[in-house]
Design a protein around this ligand. Structure first.
Ligand SMILES: C[S@@+](CC[C@H](N)C(=O)[O-])C[C@H]1O[C@@H](n2cnc3c(N)ncnc32)[C@H](O)[C@@H]1O
Length: 258
């Protein structure tokens, strides 16, 4: 189990600080606020739920489960009839005792979702099954306890995914999750019009995405962060955003600029 302590972020929602990684799980300026902006507004998930389109989410880094809770809460709040699935990968799950202390009930219009999610943490810590299935409100969730390198979607939620929530620790702490190979793998698991979002906005991360085969755009970051990144294989999915020059980014990567 990771060595984490619970902290309040500035919007009053909890986040975790990992002592071993020296890193927060969310933006300390507002865990819930940042997650909503980066992973739900900028990804187009809110629009897809409003339009009752199928939403098949893949997340890297389950952590506290906040993104799953927010997804289920939004689907209920928007009275969406979308079929919604959520697949996530977590190599080092937090314990049930830590999870149940998180104050996310207070940030949901449907607080019962938090109680529906807690058994996921028992499943992840049972030492047995590597895959935990749980229905959270209208969302069918499948959490894989493994390194992303070992992740196989399998029969539970066959790819392709429509939305990729890339939410690992930052590239200094988890460099292995910001490589062209990881982004190429995510591309291979995604539908043609899928959108991938991440809080990361470094040129190096964006170049790795470009080498991995994605079109890339910048979007305004959350809570005082200047930028975040939105990517897709369909240029039309990035309409209205400021596009980056993927060709140039690939050249710079190959020239060893980063
Ligand atoms: C920034 S936190 C995720 C935050 C999470 N989405 C949330 O809302 O709480 C990154 C997570 O990635 C997990 N992780 C680190 N390396 C990993 C790897 N190689 N494969 C899968 N998960 C990994 C960490 O244990 C941590 O829970």
């Amino acid at each position: 189990m990771p060595n984490v302590r619970i902290e309040l972020s500035k919007d009053g929602s909890h986040t975790l600080y990992s002592e071993s990684q020296g890193s927060y799980y969310h933006n300390p300026n507002g865990a819930v606020e940042e997650s909503i902006h980066v992973y739900f507004e900028q990804s187009g998930i809110i629009g897809a739920l409003r339009g009752n389109k199928p939403v098949s989410v893949m997340e890297i880094g389950f952590g506290t489960g906040l993104n799953l809770l927010l997804l289920a809460n939004l689907a209920l709040k928007l009275e969406s009839s979308s079929a919604v699935t959520f697949t996530s990968v977590e190599a080092y799950p937090i314990g049930f005792d830590q999870a149940q202390q998180l104050n996310y009930r207070d940030f949901l219009e449907h607080p019962e979702l938090f109680d529906q999610m807690l058994p996921v943490f028992s499943g992840l810590n049972s030492g047995g099954e590597a895959i935990t299935l749980q229905k959270i409100g209208p969302v069918q969730a499948v959490i894989h306890k493994c390194l992303f390198d070992d992740f196989e979607p399998g029969a539970h939620h066959p790819a392709p995914f429509t939305h990729i929530l890339h939410d690992p620790f930052d590239p200094v702490v988890s460099p292995e999750l910001w490589t062209p190979e990881v982004f190429a793998r995510l591309k291979s698991l995604s539908s043609d019009e899928a959108v991938m979002v991440t809080y990361g906005a470094s040129s190096r991360a964006r170049a790795a995405m470009a080498v991995g085969g994605w079109f890339i755009a910048r979007a305004p970051g959350a809570l005082g962060k200047r930028e975040m990144t939105v990517a897709s294989m369909a240029e039309t999915s990035l309409d209205g955003l400021k596009r980056l020059n993927e060709h140039r980014l690939r050249e710079r990567w190959r020239a060893g600029d980063f």
